[in-house]
Each structure stands twice: as C-alpha cells, then as structure tokens.
Design a protein around this ligand. Structure first.
Ligand code: LLP
Length: 415
C-alpha cells in the first residue's frame, strides 16, 4: 500500500511517522506495520465479496502478531489457525472461538483437544486417521466435534512449487476418490459432525481459473455429501489471493476473483469461508535495516551488507522471492549492488544485482512487502535476535513486539 509508505521531504514514512525516527528510537532491524493498511486490505476484501454470504478468517500464519490479529478482529474478521500455538495466539488476541477455524495436515491429539474444547467453528481434517482421532478425542471429552473435510482437488496452481498445495503430489487434503469411503466412515463416528468442506490450492495465485477448476470439484463433493445425508453449512475456499511485490507484475485485483467465484458458489446454501493471509498483511509492513558496510571486490561486485538477513526475512532465500528495496533517505544517484545479510550462508541475500539508491554506510534501507511470512518465519540461527516490531496508526507508533534478548536465546536450555 504505497500511499501508506510515502516519501515526505525525501524521507520514507509509514503513515505519518518517519522511518528514520523509528530506527533511532527502536533500533534496526525493525518491522514497521501500518495499521491502516491492514484495515484497508481487509475492507477491500470484504467489499469485493460483499454480495456473498461469507465469513473471512484471516490466516494468522502469515503474521501472528497479537496486535495484527486484534486489529483485524476488531474489524469483524475471524481467524484460520494451523496449530494449537496459533489457536492460543488468536484466543489471547481476543478472537472469539466462534470465529476461528483450524487447519493443519499434522495436528496432534493435543491440538485437536484444544480446538474442540475451545469450541471453534470447525476443525478441518486431512486424513481418515485424523478423523478417527478427532472422534476419539471428542468422545473422551464427551463432546461432538464440528469437522470439515479438506479435499485435495488435484489442481496445480501456477505459483512457486513450494507454495502450491492443491496437487495430488502434495501432502494436503483427502483425495476426491476416497470420499465415499470417508462418508461411510463418518456415519459411524458418533462424536464427529461433518459441517464443512474445504480446499486451499496454494499461495500467491494470479489466475482465477485455478480456483474455478478446484471449486467445480468441491461443488461435486458438496452434492455427494448432501446426498449422503450430511448437512454441510460451510464451504471453505481457502486463501492464496495475490499481492503485488513488483510494480511491473501487478497482482490480479481481488474484484476479479470475486467476479469469477461468486457466481459459482452463491447458490450453495452455505456460508462461504475465506482464509486470506498474504492479501491482508503482505504490503502492510516494511523491514527496516541499516547499511553496515559497503564493499567492492575485484570481480566488479558491489555488496551492501545490512543488519537484517534471511533470519528475519527468509523469502528471497527460500522461494527466490522478489522484494522491493528502497532507501529511507532518497538519493539522486543509483548503483547496482547485491543487498546481503550478516548470516553465514551464501543464500543470505535480499537482492542480487539490484539497482538501488547509492546508500552510504549507516544509512537505512526498507525491504518492502515484508508483512506476510516475514516475522513469523524469523529464527535465531547464528545467534540472531528476532527484531522488534512497531505498529503505526496515523502519527502514532507503538512497540508491538520487543527485540529478542541474549537471555532469551538460552532460556529454554537446561544447563
Ligand atoms: N489456508 C491454508 C490452509 C494455508 O495453508 C495457507 C497458506 C493460507 C490459508 C493462506 O494463504 P495466503 O492467503 O497467505 O496465500 N511462506 C510462503 C507461503 C506459505 C503459505 C502456506 N499456506 C511464502 O512466504 O510465500
């Protein structure tokens, strides 16, 4: 959301707050999140699907900071969680269990127990064995678990291979061909109530045709489930809606997905669930990092060594992802450089051979679109401290996560 990260007098701001000032106050590396960007994206999503009986469950895996979850929840948004840990976070952030759904290809008995006990809307099962376990756990609790089946529609969405999930080569969901058997089994499971069907075909999907193809299959499953006597109330389409990382590759507008998908699902007599993650948070946040050193080598390479790395934002290393990188103080000349981190891995770079402002040592860069799968995937490799996080609302900034400390690095070790 470039309007919320404007240059004012040559300095990059988040809403009304100078990123120079935030770096001075909180240090770097620092994640800076625009609260209004979160709200705008959520509202844009809701506006696109306004005509449809639906409920949006923000996929908290994209950014599980309590303030991020709470900001969205205050707007009326629900949550999709992928583990007991994420459920704990959502509940701590104040989300009602009646607005939470739970996914996960490898839920443990304790994840399941926590979900069922909390009274969440629906737990999405991904295997026959899991359905049996849910039945056992709910039986032990003397409860009935509301369950959805995640169907693997065998659609290969075009995106990075690590983030395509709806293909039968991948571990996710139950094959359509096994569903008759699953329905028979479900009739014998007394503590399971089949209330929903679910799919998720991947992430950063530009082409609505993949959703259409998968939905057609899920609609067949809906008909089959109903004729087997199940009262299906929720039809979960998953997440995956794209954002723009590169101005030259603008994401398909959300309205286009709405136009294509609404006619397919509006007459199902169900509540349509969505699980957007990236769409809501990716462009809400920048990763602010300081230039530690510049050096040139004799092969003609120019390196900009910054104080953030793959430990804070692993996407370039893991998925060859492109992130825009801009100077916090604008310059009027540029250079071509590799922007690299301090971690002892050659894969620790944000960009290679990138044209950037001719920044000096001690100046600041902002890695853009760092709100989704940034902080949540950060780690302490190389003894690195996970960064602080700040949320900006208009002219106000507040700390929403402290930087890790050395003490935290060893706190769980028994020594
Ligand atoms: N629902 C389910 C079941 C999911 O597995 C995911 C993402 C989502 C919803 C949200 O998808 P989104 O709307 O954010 O595309 N770390 C990777 C992305 C991994 C996505 C995992 N599943 C990245 O940085 O690109």
């Amino acid at each position: 959301d470039s309007n919320l990260f404007p240059y004012c007098d040559g300095t990059l701001h988040c809403e009304g707050v100078s990123l120079e000032k935030l770096a001075e106050e909180y240090g770097t590396p620092l994640f800076v999140t625009s609260r209004n960007s979160l709200i705008n994206q959520y509202r844009a999503f809701e506006k696109a699907f306004a005509g449809l009986d639906h409920f949006t469950c923000y996929s908290v895996k994209a950014n599980f900071n309590l303030h991020v979850i709470r900001t969205l929840s205050e707007e009326g948004c629900g949550c999709d969680v992928n583990s007991g840990g994420e459920l704990f976070r959502a509940l701590q952030a104040g989300v009602e269990p009646g607005k939470i759904i739970m996914a996960g290809v490898g839920k443990t008995a304790s994840d399941i127990e926590y979900g069922v006990k909390s009274g969440i809307v629906m737990l999405k099962a991904e295997s026959v064995s899991e359905l049996r376990l849910v039945n056992d756990v709910a039986g032990r609790l003397g409860m009935k678990a509301s369950v959805g089946i995640r169907v693997n529609p065998n659609v290969t969405a075009e995106t990075h291979p690590y983030i395509t999930t709806g293909d039968s080569k991948e571990k996710f969901g139950i094959d359509e061909a096994d569903l008759d058997e699953v329905f028979d089994l479900l009739k014998t499971l007394e503590h399971v109530d089949l209330t929903g069907l679910d799919m998720h075909i991947g992430s950063q999907i530009f082409d609505a045709n993949f959703y259409e193809a998968a939905l057609e299959k899920l609609l067949d499953v809906l008909a089959a489930a109903r004729s087997a006597g199940f009262d299906i109330r929720y039809f979960d389409i998953g997440g995956g809606f794209p954002v723009t990382y590169e101005p030259q590759k603008p994401a398909t507008p959300i309205g286009h997905f709405a136009e294509k998908l609404i006619p397919l699902v509006e007459k199902t007599g169900t509540t349509i669930l969505f699980e957007p993650g990236r769409f809501i948070v990716a462009n809400s946040t920048v990763l602010l990092t300081k230039v530690l050193y510049r050096k040139q080598n004799h092969a003609g390479k120019e390196f900009v060594i910054v104080d953030a790395g793959m430990t804070e934002l692993i996407r370039p290393a893991l998925y060859q992802s492109y992130h825009e990188i801009v100077a916090v103080s604008q310059h009027n000349s540029v250079m071509v450089a590799d922007i690299v981190g301090p971690v002892c891995e050659s894969g620790d770079f944000f960009a290679r051979e990138r044209t950037v402002d001719r920044v000096k040592e001690g100046e600041m860069l902002a890695v853009l679109s760092a709100g989704a799968y940034g902080s949540v995937m950060s780690n302490n490799y190389n003894g690195r401290l996970r960064p602080a996080e700040v949320m900006v609302d208009g002219d106000n900034a507040k700390l929403i996560r402290k930087r890790d400390s050395f003490e935290q690095l060893i706190q769980n070790e028994v020594f």
